[in-house]
Design a protein around this ligand. Structure first.
Ligand code: SF4
Length: 406
């Protein structure tokens, strides 16, 4: 790790660039002063930070810096040629633009690319590793990003749930996953008419709404004209049911996906333990509030339903699902279970999945069966887990008490 990387690491808990970005890497400085990562910081914050020790700084220069970072993908301040040399030097000595360090990159036979990215864990010897997955389907490229290192919610079908929560990702670290893939795809300078990534889903490691401040901030930068101008209607945030925050997603204009997976509280308490705090009934009320507060472009709420053999896949449960979703503009996404080592669940038979889908769709609920991609590299739904991370205990969570949902 270079001195400049180390300095980023010390200051912002984020780690600097890997070989693939090396043309844009900040030059190492003799000083050991830690660097602030500018990625993910709002316009006024960048202005305040930079001007503090550089009195000649003028406000319009904030826009210039943000333009270099987000429109051109530049990480090296010396390459920001419309800034005066003194300002470039000041930036170089005090700040960095850091996407995280790529630990590994795997490519599936179906074109899926999975990256394991390292972020810092202060005073912790464990590496802070998260996964971000790029899925290509026809003309569509979807990036699945992580929001936390590990997860506290212990959903029993999910491999990530076995990985102890180490910390929330910052908004810069969430954005770094997107920026890194955009570099890989040759997406800079950014061209809104030819987006290299068409959709972003918050379905990687972690529960996004238990880190809602940083997730909301990242989405604001993604969608803002001063940021990445990414269309909000092409962003989906998935939640296991953090009810108090769900209606607030409407203000961002993004889509909502809910990990439902069961149609009665008794079973959902087992599969998604968060249900003990927020029952199915309160969850569906929150979804209705989200729809009521959303712009007309938000057409439906997606309900994810993992198909577990002899657990939640009966025709009786399909009919109950129809009853529960009555009155909600819903899309039901049936996900054949993706096995992972040490898990006791089995995937439902194909006929059973089709029968389930037939019953739900016969009641005019848009229903799809999503066969996950990237299974050969463990990049499919519910399979994401960073190797070498500490294990979580399968115990009822007190995550909600710990998280500040205000
Ligand atoms: S499904 Fe999501 S919320 Fe549940 S354990 Fe996995 S990552 Fe966490």
């Amino acid at each position: 790790m270079s001195p400049s990387q180390l300095r980023c690491l010390k200051k912002a808990f984020t780690y600097s660039v890997q070989a693939s970005y090396s043309t844009n890497v900040n030059l190492a400085s003799k000083s050991e002063k830690p660097l602030f990562n500018l990625l993910g910081r709002g316009e006024s914050e960048v202005g305040d930070l930079v001007s503090k020790e550089y009195p000649k700084f003028r406000l319009f220069q904030t826009k210039q810096i943000l333009n270099w970072i987000y429109s051109k993908g530049v990480m090296n301040f010396q390459a920001m040629t419309n800034l005066e040399p003194g300002l470039r030097k000041h930036l170089e000595d005090n700040f960095c633009v850091d996407y995280g360090r790529i630990e590994t990159e795997q490519r599936s036979v179906d074109g899926t690319i999975k990256r394991l990215i390292e972020y810092g864990i202060p005073e912790n010897k464990a590496k802070g590793l998260v996964e971000a997955v790029l899925i290509t389907e026809n003309n569509r490229r979807t990036l699945c990003v992580s929001s936390q290192i590990g997860c506290s919610l212990n959903c029993t079908f999910c491999h990530t749930g076995t990985q102890k929560l180490l910390r929330n990702l910052t908004s810069g670290e969430i954005l770094g996953q997107y920026m890194g893939y955009l570099h890989l795809l040759g997406g800079f300078p950014a061209d809104p008419q030819n987006r290299k990534i068409s959709n972003i889903v918050f379905m990687g490691q972690g529960e996004p709404l238990l880190n809602h401040r940083n997730v909301f901030s990242a989405i604001k930068t993604l969608t803002s004209p001063q940021g990445l101008s990414f269309p909000s209607k092409r962003i989906t945030v998935s939640t296991s049911g953090v009810v108090p925050v769900i209606p607030r997603l409407a203000e961002l204009g993004v889509n909502l996906a809910v990990s439902l997976h069961a149609v009665n509280d008794e079973l959902r308490n087992q599969i998604v333990p968060l249900n003990k705090q927020f029952s199915i009934h309160t969850l569906l009320d929150a979804c209705k509030a989200f729809v009521a507060a959303s712009p007309p472009t938000t057409q439906r709420v997606t309900f994810e339903y993992v198909m577990l053999k002899d657990i939640n896949d009966s025709t009786r449960e399909a009919r109950e699902l129809v009853r529960l979703l009555h009155g909600l503009p819903a899309h039901v996404n049936l996900i054949p279970f993706n096995p992972w080592p040490g898990c006791d669940y089995e995937c439902s038979n194909e006929e059973q999945i089709k029968e389930f889908a037939k019953i739900v769709s016969s009641k005019n609920i848009y229903t799809t069966i999503r066969y996950s991609k990237g299974q050969d590299i463990m990049a499919a739904c519910g399979q994401l887990k960073s190797l070498n991370m500490s294990k979580a205990k399968r115990t009822p969570t007190n995550a909600i008490q710990k998280a500040n949902l205000a």
